[in-house]
Write a protein that binds this ligand. Structure first.
Ligand code: PHE
Length: 346
């Protein structure tokens, strides 16, 4: 066989040879066999010494073509192998969207925090801002500046955890009012203050030594009890339902005058009277009143210029009413069977 025929022969055999190649390493090996320094092509060309100039020219041209042909075949095979790998991967990683999903055991927002978030939402909607204060307070902020001097009998209403004679765990969120008034120096105020409070109560179904309040304070020119009633009626209708009513009953708090106890109409009987409302048609939810002149003066406000109201919502109380929970301890014992019921369904 002449050299040219040998060359052409290479192009014919390479196909069958390539068909046996399964991976890139084998492909590289084969490529070296054909196109490498000691490959088939180089072997043929090594024998061209004995040819005439014309024949060398002819052979040169042919060998270039064969070389190009081989390279094209190797490149095609390389792409074929690469595609096969990608296709296998795709087939492997196909997701069966009909398979059942893995369920994650996500936590939820605590029911008391849900109530606070709702309160914040509705009061922010009425132009209030949210203020916070420390849980360790001074006797001065928690009592003195709220018109409760040492020895005042009304201090007994809140049995307090003292750290020393001057420091205590706050028994109400009202000291945040005091802090805000001192900071605002006579300017109008419109805030709510949610947070934890502490009292030396024995824990039972309706008492907890730690619970939450959401205080409100609005100070400005010509603020009246009608404004207070409006703010609380809006709260009752948003927190419970749009058919609720409220009523104010005279009461006493040292920091407000006049003071009121606020009832919401019973949602179970619609006000007719049932066991939940003890036959009265009303349920007590919070204390409120017009800020006492003494309180205003002690924190730098002139009662002739500026007046306003304050209210203190019991967060547990309205959460219990809203969700018909009969034991306050449920909020603090972290039983997931209880907490799971308040997970938002997403
Ligand atoms: N701080 C009072 C309490 O804990 C509630 C209250 C707040 C009453 C503001 C009137 C005005 O009992």
């Amino acid at each position: 066989m002449g050299l040219i025929e040998q060359l052409e022969e290479v192009l014919l055999t390479v196909d069958a040879d390539l068909a046996t190649v399964n991976n890139n390493a084998e492909l590289q090996q084969k490529k070296a066999n054909y196109l490498g320094k000691k490959g088939v092509l180089a072997n043929v060309m090594a024998n061209m010494r004995d040819l005439s100039i014309e024949e060398k020219k002819e052979l040169g041209m042919r060998s270039n073509k064969v070389k190009a042909g081989l390279e094209a075949k190797f490149e095609a095979k390389r792409i074929e192998l690469e595609d096969a790998i990608i296709n296998a991967k795709l087939a492997n990683e196909t997701i069966d969207v009909t398979l059942p999903g893995v369920s994650f055991n996500n936590g939820g927002i605590h029911p008391l925090n849900q109530t606070i978030m709702e309160l914040e939402d509705l009061y922010i909607g009425m132009g209030y801002s949210v203020a916070e204060g420390p849980e360790i307070e001074t006797d001065e902020n928690c009592f003195e500046k709220l018109n409760l001097p040492k020895g005042h009998p009304a201090r007994d209403m809140q049995d307090t955890f003292y750290i020393n004679p001057e420091l205590l765990l706050r028994s109400q969120t009202s000291p945040v009012q005091v802090r805000t008034m001192l900071a605002e120096e006579g300017k109008p105020i419109k805030i709510i203050c949610p947070g934890k409070v502490y009292r030396r109560d024995a824990d039972d179904a309706t008492h907890s030594h730690q619970f939450m309040q959401c205080e409100g304070l609005v100070l400005g020119k010509d603020i009246t009890m009608a404004d207070l009633k409006g703010a609380l009626l809006e709260m009752a209708r948003k927190m419970f339902d749009k058919d609720r009513n409220i009523r104010l009953r005279p009461s006493f708090f040292p920091f407000t005058e006049p003071s009121v106890e606020v009832d919401v109409s019973c949602g179970l009987c619609g006000g007719k009277g049932c066991s939940t409302c003890k036959g009265t048609g009303w349920i007590e939810v919070l204390g409120a009143g017009m800020v006492n002149d003494n309180v205003l003066r002690m924190s730098g406000y002139d009662p002739k210029e500026i007046q306003g109201y304050a209210f203190g919502i019991g967060v547990e109380r309205i959460t219990m009413l809203k969700h018909k929970i009969d034991d306050i301890r449920n909020f603090y014992t972290n039983d997931v069977r209880f907490l799971d019921q308040f997970k938002e369904v997403k």
